[in-house]
Structure formats: structure tokens, C-alpha cells
Design a protein around this ligand. Sequence first.
Ligand code: GAL
Length: 416
Amino acid sequence: MKKILILLLTAIFAISLLFMGVGCKEKVSGEVEVFSWWTAGGEAEGLQAMIDIFNEKYPDVEFINATVAGGAGVEAKPVLISRLTGDDPPDSFQVHAGHELIDTWGVGDYLEPVNFIFEEEGWYDVYPEDMISILSKGDDILSVPVNIHRSNVLWYNKAVFEENGIEVPTTFDEFFAAADVLKAAGITPLAMGEAWTATHLFENVLLGVVGADDYVGLMDGSVKWDSDGVKEAIQTYVDILDYVNADNSALGWDEAAQYVIDGTAAMTVMGDWAEGYFKSKGLTPDVEFGYVPSPGTSGIFMALSDTFCLPKGAPNRDAAIAWLKICGSKEGQDAFNPIKGSIPSRTDADISLYDVYLKSAIDDFGSNIITPSIQHGAAVSETWLVAIGDVITLLLADKDVDAAAAALQAAADENL
Ligand code: GAL
């Protein structure tokens, strides 16, 4: 009897050792290539914070930080498309939740569902259903979120506003009044960068003029892009362009943000990765720089989410899964987001780690109307976004409001 008991205990011990071995993280080895476009101040450091966690947990894996510079992924996305269609996927890559994820990669057979990771890690309890739904094609969850960003923020240099005795604008009338004072003082009112940042500004002006309901209606076809409301938004946008730096097309979003730091420009409309940039340059929110919702968008939170996915045929699937588990974890998100300038996509983050701006963003996300960003993959497919971007590029040159409205409607007709 005693012998049988000892045998039984030995067997149980051996089996548990085996399971520990299988689940043991140190077993993961080789290289893991993670593809993103995070190279600017703030975003690069935020990514590094997650890589540091990975390196500590998986010392046997060589982490390949495969970045392609260019804000909003304008340079990275074409590279990614050629790699995936050429059967050469990285182990994991950055992709926006929503239409960019589902309509680009979900329609093909490119991604492995990650439901099993959600189950293993208990993530169904800590991710809101709305979040899971914008990651899913049918029942398949296709990516792991790391954050939520807000796109409708007007960032400003506090000293410039104080020195010129002007209030921070929350409406378009206030914006134009402040911009006139700034322009007369020889300061660029609004810093803007390359083409995609022009579309970013446009989505903000559109939302500010037509409001949340009509903005959402434009995405589902219930509101027309050549309606009077959209034409008013386009006209407002064209008027704003008079107050933008002339060298915009040559600048990245971070270089435009740098103008605000330097005080050569007073404001920039950018997603809150700009907060990460300002902080990476040693600035403190509410001290050197301030923030308000872009004109006309108080009470609205224009949202997007960065995620990482598991491509089919990932060369090192085990290591990719290990990476994704960090991306979606509380530890990973609380290391990444306070530096990145984004808020966690989980419901259980340690709020004490987030600064005054990010705390306000967390509050606003909980109480505001949420609308999806066009430029950052949430609201429209990649092909629709490219068509909208082309219209905006033309508009920057010809300022033809009616032609832009017609072209935007044509783009909607093609893509809806
Ligand atoms: C966005 C992305 C952000 C930030 C930004 C600038 O598309 O969601 O995380 O990286 O581009 O590069």
C-alpha cells in the first residue's frame, strides 16, 4: 500500500514537472521580429519599456525591433503588405483596431485568431466587450490591444498663450480670433506636418463642425459627404489652412510638435502620442504645454487603438505569443502607456501611474461620446482612407470645397 502511494506521488510529481516545463516561459528561444512604426520620441521609449519586460522574461529570445519610420504607418504599411503577400510575415506586427485590422487582414487569411490567449490569460474579464468587438471578425479575435489613443486634442504652448494674452480656443470662432492675434505677433498659429497629418486635422474639423451623430453617419452612409454640413466643415478646414506653417508637407508630426515646444508655433492638433513626444523632450503636462479637445469637440473622444497580431506562418509562433501576452498584460500596458501618451485598453490598470493629462483622458473616455478615427484605422478601411487622403492632398493645393465634397462622396460610394 505504502509502495503504491509512493509510486502515485512520484508519478504526480513527474507529471507536474512536465507541465511546468511545457508552460515554462524560458523554453521560448530563437528570434522574434516585431514590426511597428514607433520611432519618434515617446512612442519609441514606450515600445522599449515593453521590450525590456520581454527581455527580462525571455532571456533566450533575441528581440528584433523591426521599425519602419513614418508617423501613422504611412511608410510601414506598404512594406507590411509586400511582406505578407510575399509569404514573409514578421512574428507580430502593429495594426489599428477596427476597419484597418478587419478589412485589410481579416478579409484575407493572414491572421491566426488569438481567442486562446484571451482565454488563457483571463482577458475576457478585463477587456470591455466594445473593445473585443472591434478586434473581431465574427467570433475570431484577430489582435491584442495595447492602448487607446485620443486623436482630437489641441496641444498648445502655455507661455505663448500667456505672453499674447489670449485664451485657449474651444470653438472655431475662438480659434480664428486667437489665430489672428498670433499671426499678427509673427507666430504660426497651428503647426501641421506631412500629408497624413492634414487628414488627421481634417477628421478633427469634420467632427467639430458636423458633430458626433453626423460624423458617425458619414461612415455608415446615412449622411452624405456632399451635404451642407460637410461643405461647411471643408470650408472651415480651408480657412484654418491660412494659419498653418508653410513648410508643413516637409515635416513629420513630431517635427510639427517640436515647433510648439520651440514657440515658433502656438498649437498643433494631434493624437495624444504628442503627449509622449512632449514628455520625451522633458516637458510636463499643464506646465509647459496644455491640452483641450480640438475646436467643437468638447465631450467627444475620437478614439483609436494600437494592437499587435499573430500572422499565420509567424516564423517563431511561440515567441510571438509570448510577446502578445506582454502587450495585453496589465504589467505591459502600465509600463507602455504612461510613456506612449495613451491610456490602457484594460479596465484594471493602475491609474496612479498615469499623469494629469492621461488621467483626464481616462475620465473622458469613460464619460464622453466615443467616435472612431478615420486616419488611424478605426472608422474606415485602408482603401477608403487612401481615397480620403488623396482628396485632402488635392484640397490643400486647390482649396476647391465643392470638388472636395463631391470627391469625398464618390470615395464613400466606392467603399461603402
Ligand atoms: C498612429 C498610431 C500611434 C502613433 C502615431 C504616430 O497611427 O496609432 O500609436 O504611433 O501613429 O506615429
